[in-house]
Design a binder for this molecule. Structure first.
Ligand code: TPP
Length: 615
């Protein structure tokens, strides 16, 4: 749809467009899976934005990016939308490589205001005149980065619009003081309704002259604020932005009018709108947390949980069991209680659980504070989001050798969310941290054993990485036997001395398959699984492999600084040929988990052919 076409539509047609977009989103997500609730809540906002701004020139910057489906549908991707989140298809997030109209790549939270301010500064340096709009949710506003950006933006006085899309939800119910503050803004009528009445009066009674007067009043923030109400100011105004709102984010006509009114204000403006997550699909409106991100489902029945055991539920079960016995154990989540399984812990021990909001840095440093005070905090964060807290783990935990347990969910490939959500860097960055123990369990019982070690035996920082989804070993019976020591190599198959595959963690599944397939082809080797990535049992590994021709290390993580490279370093000078397999210096984009393994040549068949070609 061209910008001109969108602008030429009547209000009725635009309303019809909203329902067409909703239908398309619901049908596509019900087939492909995806982010439903946030997208349904942002339909009117997107139609209003594209009615007022020109997406071919202006920069529309989404936060997290999990609400950009309508935008994608209206900016040239309608025909391909049934490929959403599939390999080679339309990404579930804005991607500058996918469309010139996607302003910035997203996936992680709270980046939009910073990125948009960069664009506004660049625009002014280049002498251009496009608009820059950042759209941020109230959940993303719990992330520290958004405050750093607001602080800079208010001071910069750059012309830029921030739209705060407030649905009172993060993935779960939003938490923290900011969320309370926004609630107060929503209900404090004096200042806001006074503003609204003035505006209504001006635009209704003086349609021609009223609009510029309104703009002038909004741009002279202090004058307006004190003229209308001396007591109430919003924190955004104190930071240097013009605050405008809250407005109904599903009132298309009103939204277009408000956007039109604020777009020419000279400095930074924040437009606060209220929306409903899941708007237009009954099940999603009723249970917004469950419909934030979903797999394929039947539209008439809604999402039905598979009830299958997963690494996440295995972690939650182990944690709750261990915490029942050890009262020092506390649980911390960064706005992902349900996703990490921490909700089970929170349900059982509400006073021992803390949800910090989308604030991974704060969560880690706060865990340091709890640990230095004698508690054992378990911080459950997805691997890719924990990247945010790199410095906090080193500076606020490792340097003091504090006993903090990092439960790192979604390690390795995550499938259709794509490269921004893959957890491929954890081994590498944790390996370099002083005093950090790094464990990579291969199945549920191994994970449980790691949890017991981390909570009851370890005295310093310890990280346990485990993947999304379920273990195949569940059906086939765990590989782990009670007698095994976590810090010793675990021989899974010993069929000969031609080669040895050394796997770490859950990629053991592919390696076990590969060693059996190679044996059928006449290549007899071993498969040894290593849970302890750091400290690594390198001497024991050497003893087990010194007679084999080649050692292949396999990890579902980037090669650089990883398990294989570390082993090579530790066994440097020994007569052992080590060939590391892992993810090269590349981004593994969206696809199924299996496709991502194939793309990085880490599936069993690729491992077989790579080993065959070496042998
Ligand atoms: C750094 C980081 N931590 C956690 C997440 C997981 N996450 C994705 S969306 C989301 C909630 C966002 O809430 P909000 O900004 O209000 O948007 P809404 O979905 O309500 O529209 C969270 C916690 C993330 N994307 N990035």
């Amino acid at each position: 749809m061209s910008p001109e076409y969108i602008k030429s539509l009547s209000l009725e047609d635009k309303e019809l467009l909203c329902s067409e977009l909703r239908d398309k989103i619901i049908h596509t997500v019900s087939t492909n899976g995806g982010h439903l609730g946030s997208n349904l809540g942002a339909v009117e906002l997107t139609v209003a934005l594209l009615s007022v701004f020109d997406y071919t020139k202006d920069k529309i910057v989404f936060d997290v990016g999990h609400q950009a489906y309508s935008y994608k549908l209206m900016t040239g991707r309608f025909d391909r939308f049934d490929t959403l989140r599939q390999k080679g298809g339309v990404s579930g997030f804005p991607r500058i490589s996918e469309s010139p109209y996607d302003a910035f790549d997203t996936g992680h939270s709270s980046t939009s205001i910073s990125a948009a301010l960069g664009m506004a500064r660049a625009r002014d340096l280049k002498g251009e005149d496009n608009y820059v709009v950042a759209i941020i949710g109230d959940g993303a506003m719990t992330g520290g980065l958004s405050y750093e950006a607001l602080n800079d933006l208010g001071h910069s006085r750059k012309k830029m619009l921030v739209i705060l899309n407030d649905n009172e939800m993060s993935i779960d119910k939003n938490v923290g003081g900011m969320s309370k503050y926004l609630k107060n803004l929503r209900i404090s009528s004096g200042y806001l309704s006074a503003k609204r009445n003035t505006e209504n009066f001006l635009t209704r009674n003086l349609p021609v002259i009223g609009k510029p007067i309104m703009k002038m009043m909004l741009s002279v923030k202090n004058f307006f604020r004190f003229a209308v109400n001396k007591q109430q100011t919003s924190m955004f105004e104190d930071l240097g932005l013009v605050y405008y709102g809250p407005r109904d984010g599903h009132d298309l006509k009103g939204l277009i009018k408000h956007l039109d009114a604020v777009k020419d204000i000279k400095g930074p403006v924040l437009l606060h709108i209220c929306t409903k997550k899941g708007k237009g699909y009954k099940f999603a409106e009723e249970e917004p947390s469950s419909y934030h991100g979903v797999g394929p489902f039947d539209i008439s029945k809604g999402v039905v949980s598979s009830g299958k055991l997963s690494y996440t539920t295995a972690f939650a079960g182990a944690l709750t069991e261990l915490a029942t016995k050890n009262k020092k154990v506390l649980g911390i989540s960064a706005a992902m209680a349900q996703g990490t399984g921490m909700d089970k812990f929170a349900f059982k021990f509400p006073e021992r659980f803390f949800d910090c909001g989308i604030a991974e840095e704060h969560a880690v440093t706060m865990a340091g504070g709890l640990a230095v005070s004698g508690f054992i905090p378990v911080v459950a964060i997805y691997s890719s989001f924990l990247q945010r807290a790199y410095d906090q783990i080193i500076h606020d935990v490792c340097f003091m050798n504090l006993h903090v347990v990092f439960a790192i969910d979604r390690s390795g490939f995550v499938g259709n969310d794509g490269h921004t959500h893959n957890g491929l860097h954890d081994i590498s960055y944790l390996n370099s941290m002083p005093g950090m123990t790094v464990l990579s369990p291969r199945d549920y019982s191994d994970l449980k054993k790691c949890m017991d070690y981390a909570i009851n035996k370890c005295e310093g920082p310890v990280a346990i990485r485990y993947p999304r989804g379920s273990s195949v070993f569940e059906e086939e019976g765990p590989l782990y036997t009670e007698a095994e020591d976590l810090f010793k190599p675990h021989v899974q198959s010993d069929l000969g001395d031609e080669f040895a595959i050394l796997s770490t963690g859950f990629i053991a599944e592919q390696c076990q398959d590969a060693v059996l397939k190679l044996s059928e082809l006449g290549f007899k080797g071993k498969h040894i699984n290593i849970t302890a990535v750091k400290p690594m049992p390198s001497e024991e590994i050497y003893e087990l492999t010194k007679n084999v021709r080649y050692v292949f290390t396999v990890e579902e993580a980037i090669l650089s600084g990883g398990f294989g490279e570390n082993l090579m370093e530790q066994l440097k000078g020994r007569d052992l040929k080590i060939i590391p397999f892992g993810v090269e210096d590349q981004m593994i984009r969206a696809g199924t988990y299996k496709e991502q393994l194939v793309d990085s040549k880490l599936d069993a068949d690729s491992i077989v052919s790579r080993i065959r070609s070496v042998l």
